[in-house]
Every structure is written in structure tokens, then in C-alpha cells.
Ligand binder design. Structure first.
Ligand SMILES: Nc1ncnc2c1ncn2[C@@H]1O[C@H](COP(=O)(O)OP(=O)(O)OP(=O)(O)O)[C@@H](O)[C@H]1O
Length: 248
């Protein structure tokens, strides 16, 4: 279970990106954080794995405090939290396989990691994961030679290699065409259902949030303004989020 308790992040003196946000995610949930650009979605997600240090509040995963964890403990906790980025965050000149194996770095002794030395089991798992995601034929290609959708699949494969309890997906489909958007979100849903991985996914498109999220957390100007299900989500709530009428 992931618990956020009054989490806040202020950048500098006065940019309150996230203000006292609290919620709990049960294992296996698929939750979407919905909000317009600048609402604080990305900051919120990054607070969870402490890519951004929260200014206040507490975050815990499976009863373990993330917010107060010292560096070595944080490294262990981060293994359980995979992250997927809008811009994929791959090392473009490295092969797809090397990028996917990077998901095992949290489990690899630092001296081995420096040499990109991974166990045969890790390599086997990377191949199996690439097959599962339908890009086995790209295994030895440079990551930057792939299409956006294929690169995002590499990002997802890398996250899966962590054997995560939770995947944080920060606008994972914002740069993709409509057909690829569908297939990437279907892939995340499949991982959620089959592997039981809890997913917290930032999206700015209400229609996608409603179709793929099993729970929708609305953020506006740093505040969590609603926490509801797709069926209960009302058009008026969306309009408030975007300060304009948005048809669903
Ligand atoms: N590193 C930073 N330093 C200062 N201010 C920041 C930083 N990162 C984000 N902000 C500010 O925090 C607020 C929330 O930004 P954030 O990126 O979290 O929102 P978002 O909802 O994810 O939007 P987007 O989808 O456009 O990234 C914005 O006002 C933004 O300008």
C-alpha cells in the first residue's frame, strides 16, 4: 500500500507546486492523476520516489517510510517503484537491451553496474520482457533509432525489470499518436491486471483518464480537488479542473 500524508512541495520561496496532498493506493489499483499543465502532477509523482524532495508530509510504501529514508535505504525502496517518463529517458546511443537491463541496476553491485555486467538470469529476463512487449526484434538496435511508441515500450520494459510494486507513469503518452496512445495504455493496464502492479499515471486528457483509470485524482494548482471513480466523475468536476467546459 502507498500512503501519501499531507505531501507538499514548494519550489524556491513561493511556487507551491503540491499542497498538502493525501491519498492511499491499495495494491493493484490503477489510478490516474488528471489535471492541466502546471497543476503539479509531475512534481507529485516525483515526490513519491524522491526525484523531487517533498517540503513537507510523509510518504510510505508497504509500511516503510520513503520520506525519511537514508540514501542506502532509499536505493532499496526505489527498486520497488518503477518510473516511466514522457520523453522515455533512455540512453539513446545504447542498445535497447542495455537500456532494459538498466532496470536491474538497483539490484546489481555497484562495481558490476559500472561495467554493465549483468547476470545471465537478468539477460534472459530482459529478452523475455522485450518479447512480452512485442519489441524482441529491436533488442540490439540503438534506442534512439526506435519510434516513440517503441521507445516507450523500452521504458516500460526497463521499469518491469525492477519487478516493481508500483509504476509511476508521468504523462507516458503525451508525445504519441492516437493509436500508439491506446496500445501503450493497454499495455499498462495489462501489467496492472496480470502482474498486480499498482499504477499511478499522470494524464492531461480527461477522456483517457476516464477510460483507463479505475480511480481518478483531480489536481488543480497544487491541490487534490477530487478523488473519484470514472463512473462517478461528473462533467462539472472536469470543467473546474480546466476552467472551461470540456466535453467527456
Ligand atoms: N524544478 C522546478 N523549479 C521551480 N518550479 C518548478 C519546478 N518544476 C516545476 N515547477 C513549477 O511547479 C508547478 C507544477 O509543475 P509540474 O511540472 O509539477 O506540473 P504538471 O501538472 O506536471 O504540468 P506539466 O504536465 O506541464 O509538466 C508549476 O508552476 C511549475 O512551473
Amino acid at each position: 500500500m502507498l500512503i501519501l500524508d499531507r505531501v507538499s512541495k514548494t519550489y524556491g520561496d513561493d511556487t507551491e507546486a503540491v499542497r498538502e496532498v493525501s491519498f492511499e493506493l491499495q495494491p493493484g489499483e490503477f489510478a490516474v492523476v488528471l489535471g492541466q499543465s502546471g497543476a503539479g502532477k509531475s512534481t507529485l509523482l516525483r515526490c513519491i520516489n524522491r526525484l523531487v524532495e517533498p517540503t513537507a508530509g510523509r510518504i510510505a510504501l508497504d509500511g516503510e517510510d520513503i520520506t525519511g529514508a537514508p540514501p542506502d535505504r532509499l536505493r532499496t525502496l526505489r527498486r520497488r517503484i518503477g518510473m516511466i517518463f514522457q520523453n522515455y529517458n533512455l540512453v539513446g546511443r545504447n542498445s535497447v537491451l542495455t537500456n532494459v537491463l538498466a532496470g536491474r541496476l538497483g539490484y546489481t553491485p555497484p562495481s558490476y553496474a559500472l561495467l554493465n555486467h549483468f547476470s545471465p538470469q537478468d539477460v534472459e529476463e530482459a529478452h523475455a520482457t522485450l518479447s512480452r512487449l512485442g519489441i524482441a526484434d529491436k533488442t540490439h538496435r540503438r534506442a534512439d533509432s526506435l519510434s516513440g511508441g517503441q521507445q516507450q515500450r523500452v521504458g516500460i520494459a526497463r521499469a518491469l525489470m525492477q519487478r516493481p510494486r508500483v509504476i509511476l507513469a508521468d504523462e507516458p503518452v503525451a508525445s504519441l499518436d492516437p493509436a500508439t496512445v491506446e496500445s501503450i495504455l493497454e499495455t499498462l493496464l495489462d501489467i496492472n491486471r496480470k502482474d498486480g502492479v499498482t499504477i499511478l499515471c499522470n494524464l492531461h486528457v480527461p477522456e483517457l483518464a476516464r477510460r483507463f483509470g479505475r480511480r481518478i485524482l483531480g489536481m488543480k494548482a497544487g491541490d487534490l480537488v477530487f478523488d473519484t471513480t470514472p463512473d462517478a466523475l461528473e462533467a462539472a468536476q472536469i470543467d473546474v479542473l480546466y476552467d472551461m467546459p470540456v466535453s467527456l
